[in-house]
Design a protein around this ligand. Structure first.
Ligand code: GTQ
Ligand code: FE2
Length: 333
């Protein structure tokens, strides 16, 4: 019997010789870097705003579709840009996938209600809706509310753990006072309370984050990521969420950072200014609000060739990779 005959016989019994397996790492599609220009996203939002009613899906979101991954933007993360018109409600639900909102255009009257508490959404704020927390979005302002949604939905789907549930009303009752979570997670904490969520929902105000970033402007910073902050889980000082981390970095005028690579994927949105990110053979040239992605184990480096500060917001799956023992990084010597 030759090996081809054996392979055929094994296949009939749903068996396969190890010698016949696809041996390349990962196989299939190889994720590539990709950049979306804000003007294309804005145009899509304008069209969706005109033609897609909120009751169509309950979320008016434009998904950033990286053609080199099976779905979504990386093999673990999903990113969309969501728009809620004045007076609209994106109805309440919850799911295993954790989500974050990084606000592109907001107002004090726009908010996400998470677990019965209002979290206002103003430009530059980050609001989390962690694993299995109820959430609905409202826009009580007179301009569209627009934000970047980041979710670990790709990872969740791969593992077939995508439980989700609609709420029994369009909106949650606001049963907690504004700013409750801020107070509970301050420097002095109630000794008797136990959290009823895996990770607390939280609003990281831009007006708190920006002063920290500015105060560190003269410091050396990280050789690869410059002056970078991580949004921490206030209950344990760990990453923003169990599966992914949110980060923000400032690139000073004419700053050129060193190249490195890591097994985690990153999705960036330019929040202020412009710059260049070299990824393997490509140069991604980004301006305000553009979104781009760096795949695992791709050499990359950032540069701000302009005379103004540049600020990059990012989400990255290193917490999931570290938890599983899959995280590695390497600096170019
Ligand atoms: O706003 O709850 O972009 O559940 C994808 C899934 C947004 C949301 C998305 C979601 C949401
Ligand atoms: Fe959701």
């Amino acid at each position: 019997m030759d090996i081809a005959d054996l392979d055929e016989q094994l296949a009939k019994k749903n068996l396969q010789g190890f010698w016949a397996m696809e041996r390349s790492f990962g196989g299939g599609l190889k994720p590539k870097p990709f950049l979306w220009k804000w003007e294309d996203i804005q145009e899509a939002l304008d069209l969706a705003s005109e033609h897609v009613p909120m009751d169509k899906t309950g979320r008016r979101a434009i998904v950033l579709r990286n053609p080199t991954v099976e779905q979504g933007i990386t093999d673990t993360l999903n990113v969309s840009i969501q728009l809620v018109k004045p007076g609209e409600v994106a109805k309440a639900h919850r799911h295993v996938a954790s989500a974050i909102r990084f606000i592109i255009q907001g107002a004090p009257q726009a908010c996400t209600i998470v677990e019965g508490e209002r979290f206002p959404m103003e430009e530059g704020d980050l609001v989390t809706t962690p694993n299995w927390t109820w959430h609905d979005h409202h826009n009580g302002s007179d301009k569209p509310a627009i934000w970047l949604d980041g979710l670990d939905a790709r990872l969740v789907r791969f593992l077939h753990v995508g439980f989700s549930e609609p709420y029994n009303h369009e909106r949650q009752v606001v049963e907690k006072p504004d700013g409750r979570m801020d107070k509970l997670l301050g420097y002095a904490r109630p000794s008797w309370m136990k959290s009823d969520t895996l990770t607390p929902p939280f609003r990281y105000r831009w007006t708190d984050v920006f002063p920290t970033l500015s105060a560190l402007k003269e410091s050396e910073g990280d050789p690869f990521d410059g002056v970078r902050l991580q949004y921490i889980d206030p209950t344990n000082g760990g990453p923003t969420l169990l599966t992914f981390s949110c980060e923000i970095q400032l690139l000073r005028p004419h700053e050129k950072l060193r190249p490195h690579r890591h097994t985690s994927s990153v999705v960036y949105q330019a929040f202020r200014g412009r710059g260049l990110t070299r990824v393997e053979e490509e140069t991604l040239s980004w301006e305000r609000k553009d979104v781009f992605t760096i795949p695992p184990w791709n050499w990359h480096s950032h540069e701000n060739p302009s005379d103004e500060d540049a600020i990059l917001f990012s989400i990255t799956d290193w917490p999931a990779l570290k938890a599983l023992g899959f995280y590695r990084e390497e600096a170019r010597s």
